[in-house]
Unconditional design. Structure first.
Length: 420
């Protein structure tokens, strides 16, 4: 009876039309955004917004965000909220750099994973064994990781060659590579600046140009996560712990074990994201290097509705806005004002079709503001470019909030045998 009672609300969710987008609709939305982006590029002359270099930079910046998001996905699918992703990333950056400059970059990658997993063990002990509030435990871990790495840096990096109390010595590169033939052809096609064709070439070209081996591994972890969590018995048991741990326990699932495994794997992913920052993105550890990417990764996971594919799209979006800091930021963000205005007009039309007239009016008013801002300026302030990833995070979460559905037992306290 208890199982049937739990199953009924889940069966009603798809009928509400708010749980998740179907694949055809999602592809149609992506195609529409690509067309609008191409139109904006032609009108504004900002060819950089879809250049191969821009997309390649966006991919590199999206990887640590995506890895943090994957970490959050594993933990929350087992029912543990992981606000501590930022701290686990910080541990990953430090441990990765500490081992990387001494024994090579691949050893650094392994130690980065172990560093994140170490932080995850602390979070698991607090939340799973002692039932500490998940948010409190995560915030405490973030503070602990920040203080610990700063303390350790004074004793390890300060006296090392080319190091200091806030920076590690340089780390050897893992190397980069292009896909032979395809990379050069797509870049040439992108340089033609043809409508839509060149924009698609820039997008695809960024995925096959100047790649790190660790980037390929990180991208492969997205479908691997989907397969493990949704196509294996292990994944089914783990997800049942996040939906109804009492029912899972009644079926013989060791809930504590699966929660511990999920949180430790979560920390490993976050630590790998941190190691990517210190070994691949910059070849050096810097104090404050994560810059809130753990939190943005958590936002990407929520935007993706606790699903790997949506998470990857969110990480790509946040990585793209972050990349604007490095490549023609003020000009490109100015062009994106026009794109945002067009997207809001399309959103207003959809809301009118759905008879949501108040929301449509708000979208139209904001779109008019964007149009006026674009028409009366040539570029945006540098401060806005710096804040763009965080503004996009807030906007995306506010627009997607109505269709989100978190695991039912996510963040709820659980004690073994409480259903008896």
């Amino acid at each position: 009876m208890a199982t049937a009672t739990v199953a009924k609300p889940q069966a009603k969710q798809p009928g509400k039309g708010s749980r998740r987008l179907s694949l055809p609709v999602l592809l149609l939305i992506i195609a529409g955004v690509l067309v609008l982006t191409s139109i904006v590029r032609l009108i504004s002359g900002a060819d950089g917004i879809t250049s191969t270099g821009q997309m390649s930079t966006a991919l590199r910046l999206a990887v640590p965000i995506g890895l943090a998001g994957l970490g959050g996905l594993w933990a929350e699918r087992a029912g543990v909220v992981n606000i501590g992703l930022e701290g686990m990333m910080i541990l990953g950056t430090w441990f990765g750099a500490w081992a990387g400059y001494q024994w090579g970059p691949w050893t650094g990658v392994v130690f980065g994973i172990l560093g994140g997993a170490l932080g995850a063990v602390l979070h698991a002990i607090a939340t799973v064994t002692f039932n500490v509030n998940h948010i409190v435990s995560g915030v405490a871990l973030n503070i602990l990781a920040l203080g610990l790495t700063r303390y350790l840096s004074k004793f390890t990096f300060e006296d090392a060659p080319q190091g200091s109390s806030k920076q590690s010595p340089p780390i050897d590169s893992l190397g980069n590579f292009d896909i032979p033939g395809l990379s050069g052809w797509l870049e040439t096609l992108n340089d033609k600046h043809w409508f839509l064709v060149s924009d698609i070439a820039g997008l695809v070209g960024g995925l096959v140009t100047n790649l790190s081996p660790l980037t390929v591994i990180a991208v492969a972890l997205v479908p691997l996560t989907w397969w493990v969590l949704w196509r294996t018995a292990f994944g089914l048991r783990l997800r049942s712990c996040g939906e109804n741990p009492v029912a899972a326990e009644s079926l013989g699932v060791n809930v504590y074990k699966y929660k511990y495994l999920a949180v430790i794997i979560s920390g490993g992913f976050a630590g790998l994201g941190g190691a990517f920052l210190s070994i691949v993105a910059s070849n050096v550890y810097l104090d404050g290097q994560t810059a809130g990417r753990g939190y943005i990764g958590l936002a990407a996971m929520i935007f993706g509705n606790w699903m790997p594919g949506g998470l990857a799209l969110g990480a790509g979006l946040f990585g793209y806005t972050d990349s604007l800091n490095l490549r023609g930021g003020t000009t490109n963000v100015h062009a994106l004002l026009l794109l945002l205005a067009m997207v809001l007009v399309a959103a207003a039309a959809y809301q009118i079709w759905k008879k949501k007239y108040v929301a449509a009016a708000i979208s139209l008013v904001i779109s008019v503001v964007m149009f006026v801002w674009y028409a009366n300026t040539d570029e945006v302030p540098r401060q806005l470019v710096t804040a763009a990833p965080y503004l996009v995070t807030l906007l995306v979460l506010s627009f997607s909030a109505q269709r989100l559905r978190m695991p039912k037992a996510d963040g709820l306290p659980y004690r073994k045998g409480q259903g008896k």
